[in-house]
Design a protein around this ligand. Sequence first.
Ligand code: ADP
Ligand code: MG
Length: 686
Amino acid sequence: MTDPVQITMAADEIIASPAIKAKLRKLGLIRRDDLILHLPARYEDETVITQIAAASNGMTVQVEAIVLDVSVQFRPRRQLVARVADASGELYIRFLNFYGNQVKQLEKARDEKAPLRLFGEIRLGFFGAEMVHPRYRLASQTVLPDALTPVYPTTAGLSQAILRKQILSALKSADLSELIDPTWRDAHDFPAFDQAVHFLHQPPPETEPSALQRHTHPAWRRIKFDELLAQQISLRRAYRARRSTGAPALVSPGHLADRLLAALPFALTRAQKRVMAEISHDLAQTHPMQRLLQGDVGSGKTILAALAACQAIEAGYQAAFMAPTEILAEQHYLKLNEWLTPLGIQVVWLSGRLKKSVKQARQAQAAGASHLLVGTHALIQEGVDFARLGLAIVDEQHRFGVAQRLELRKKGANPHQLMMSATPIPRTLAMSYYADLDVSVLDEMPPGRRLVTTKLVSDARRDEVIERVRTVIDAGRQVYWVCPLIEESEKIDLQAALDTYMTLTQALPECRVGLVHGRLKGDEKAAMMAAFVARDIDILVATTVIEVGVDVPNASLMVIEHAERFGLSQLHQLRGRVGRGAHDSVCVLLYQKPLSPTARERLKVIYENNDGFEIARQDLRLRGPGEFVGSRQSGLPLLRYADLEADIDLIEMARTVAEQLLNEAPARAQRHLQRWLGGREEMLKV
Ligand code: ADP
Ligand code: MG
């Protein structure tokens, strides 16, 4: 029997000249399915003729007029100007670029008094109302269309006319069959797929332009739903595929975890207990856990990682803990060593900067006796072979690429995975782009956290800030002073950090100032951080190397220079470095004027909000999802039509329908994916 999917693939090729095909390809239009889903960016209303007298400034209209005079003028640039009129009034039309035969055409129309149909935006120019570069044609050549004219996103050299022709032909020949259950569809007020695309490409006469532009029309909602459905099917399928593979069930009576909890100076928060139960349950399954643990900076993720490691180790397996930077890996190592060594657990630190011989010895340990291996991506480099890796923990997961996480997964017999992130993902994003993961949220801070007061201070008032630093240090506290590092001009930025270091040393001679920056070697950085932790340094001037993870409870003031250059989540993470001890803390955001509107908006958001989730939501609003998911899923196309803020109800429905299709009609799920993602789907099969 033939496979129906194969047949549609063969019939799906676009029929056009190689030159046109090449242009279409630039727009990502390779198959007829792609043309069908290349929807208008907007519509023009050529169905009505507007009286010139009724057309006001800024309106885009179609008028029908005769040409009164035509001239090529120099004012000061050479341009073609014509005066046209209908019964109600007059208008200038102006062309800055034109061909000789355009002059002839207009002169001929003038001589023959042939009415022209002109389409363009009315502007009030120096000489009165005018249209610059209107589209025009002889009124006698075409009847007035009775439907809105679609305007498609296009590329240089590909005219709207050619695109429209291609799309109309695809509408006639492509497979537009319905793939979702018609009863469900009707109950939810969605039009059928073929109706929706026909409608959007060729809105019927008398359609209100406004509903079409706003994307709230049922036809648009259907398309947005379908787009989200493709995303859900693709991610849920990847999720299921991984779930169908086997993993060691990490079952243990929990003695190690109990002993660790008993030794801690604090009790777990309710949120920590809830998330721990979720993780513990997953670990005991025979398929790999794929869990993302989200929790704001300081919400206490590390202890949960340690407890999960206890479960794996007690069950007779090894655990690996990977962090994005050496400093952070070392901090984790010290903490985990302090917690776990007393329980008889062997914790090994594997750093990229260890001597080769030491590294080899540790690698040997990894292969054999060690229980928990902590390190940077050195963990996934050649030569580290785990004997029985049961659990892979990745801290600050968004800092690793997909490829690196995959490497870690390959290190064992399909280990369970716990990914942690302090960059809160808004709910809509978690439900869409992260639909291939289970998500746990630590939505409660450990008790006794101090609120951090945020102050916005213009750079002109730097001296006052330096005085504040002095007061804080006199009170026995410590200070972070952060200078931005921009990769393209590392030298200049390093200079800025050095300047700040010099200024502070001179202004505060009684204080001990330290400097860390990206040019320092790993152990120099670590030594500087250690000195700060040990309170041998009062002020730590730093480029953003301290961005993630470090824990110095005695630091109560954070100054961020050029705060306008930082992203929202970076600012939030940095601010989270203070307010960790018993002292009220302050974060000063120094900014340089003039501020761009987006920089101003960002600073306003960070000033007004302390909640990481709200900040992430605002960040999503300001930047769109691209930046959130950029490094995560390079193969996953961004949504073209659906909007994560506005279409939350559609995301929820898409999730349900995706599950149903995958269960009950996998062939239709496949065809839906193919319609939307085409060949690109392959990239998702990681
Ligand atoms: P993050 O989630 O940012 O990784 P950490 O795990 O570094 O946060 O925790 C921040 C600090 O809070 C650490 O010093 C940790 O020991 C402490 N901590 C964690 N859980 C609790 C709790 N339930 N009560 C009090 N302190 C806690
Ligand atoms: Mg952490």
